[in-house]
Design a protein around this ligand. Structure first.
Ligand SMILES: [Zn+2]
Ligand SMILES: [Zn+2]
Length: 378
């Protein structure tokens, strides 16, 4: 059973931390609640610490440091670095290096540190258990120039322990004595760390396995509203992999992306600036291109089935296919118009963009209709 595990490369320190904290949270939290109940003080502490450390990762480690999606003032950099350390996901420098490799080599077993092609468990947590390679950190030279990043790289364990574990424990003790100290240790510390970590890990595993691919289906990244809820907006992973430097992951105004809203709010307060955004035309072009690709692939498969005699003549299916072809044709016209205007730097009205999106959604609905009709002709 354990034959294929390369024990000589196990990262014992990190593995022990992940396993011990997981079981402390799993066993300690219910035991605490049975013995002491659940005081609102600790619920609020958990929520605040969860939000601060998760945002330290999503806003700081991910969008600011790994992707340079915006520029941030010293208070924002310092705060995200401190609370990012409290999530115990390595230093911002190490994290950004791994993540840049993930984007550059997505799904490539050798170079993507958490390639989903090596399995769900590997992408989720397995990759952290092993020292696969000495980190070269040759893709973060820009971050090395940031003194705050280098300070956090040197002291991230100490920062994490003091601010992420000791401080909530002391706050708990101040509030309710020795029992309260355990409450702070668990709710502000260990249990919160475990949950923040697994939310991050789920982006690497679940968001490369389940969900929609509205922008690009070349790689495995997927959009998941469910994951966006738990990860402060990071679940829109298909958009993110298509346009990684955009400060938004949930690009539509209604999409749940608290990290995007926080960055936008900080920009209005003058604390961050130069928010990078992809032009709406480019986003719509990606959606139209992907929709057309899906439709053409499906039409090709239908033609193949017909040629092999797997589909009988069925007038209802034929008319549905004809309608699909005409929708794809008008989708292509929309695409060409927008692309031409965009290449000439002419602005495209919001009306035209919305009409094109509507056309794409009609294509997708017609694809479902065609799929549902195929059994009739099979
Ligand atoms: Zn990814
Ligand atoms: Zn990313």
């Amino acid at each position: 059973m354990f034959r294929n595990i390369p024990f000589n490369r196990v990262n014992w320190f990190t593995s022990s931390f992940l396993i011990i904290t997981f079981f402390v949270a799993l066993i300690g939290t219910p035991l605490y609640i049975i013995n002491f109940g659940l005081d609102p003080f600790f619920i609020v502490m958990f929520l605040l610490y969860f939000a601060a450390s998760a945002m330290g990762i999503t806003m700081g480690y991910h969008r600011l440091f790994a992707h340079r999606a915006f520029k941030a003032s010293v208070p924002v950099r310092l705060t995200t670095l401190i609370f990012g350390a409290c999530a115990f996901e390595d230093s911002a420098l190490d994290w950004a290096s791994d993540h840049r490799n993930h984007h550059k080599h997505t799904d490539h077993e050798e170079d993507d540190p958490y390639a989903i092609s090596k399995g769900f468990l590997w992408a989720h947590i397995g990759w952290i258990f092993f020292k696969l390679y000495p980190r070269e950190l040759n893709n973060v030279s820009d971050l090395r120039k940031d003194k705050l990043v280098m300070w956090q790289h040197k002291y991230h364990y100490i920062i994490g322990i003091v601010v992420g574990i000791l401080l909530p424990t002391l706050l708990g003790y101040w509030y309710a004595g020795p029992g309260g100290a355990w409450g702070g240790f668990l709710f502000g510390g260990i249990t919160r760390v475990v949950l923040v970590q697994h939310c991050t890990f789920l982006i690497n595993s679940l968001c490369h396995t389940m969900g929609r691919q509205p922008y690009c289906s070349q790689g495995s990244a997927r959009d998941s509203f469910l994951m966006a809820i738990f990860t402060f907006g990071e679940g829109y992973h298909n958009y993110h992999h298509t346009f990684q430097h955009d400060y938004r992951n949930g690009v539509k105004p209604w999409q749940w992306d608290p990290t995007k809203w926080a960055i936008w709010t900080l920009s209005k307060l003058g604390l961050v600036e130069d928010l990078r955004q992809v032009a709406p035309e480019k986003i719509v072009l990606a959606e139209l291109r992907e929709t057309r690709r899906k439709a053409e692939e499906r039409l090709r498969l239908i033609d193949e089935k017909k040629a092999q005699g797997d589909l009988r003549d069925c007038p209802v299916l034929e008319s549905a296919i004809d309608h699909l072809r005409s929708l794809v044709h008008s989708l292509q016209e929309c695409y060409d118009d927008i692309e031409e205007s965009f290449s000439k730097r002419l602005s495209v009205s919001r009306y035209v963009l919305e009409r094109s999106r509507l056309n794409a959604s009609q294509v997708l609905k017609q694809l479902i209709a065609v799929d549902n009709l195929q059994p009739m002709a099979a």
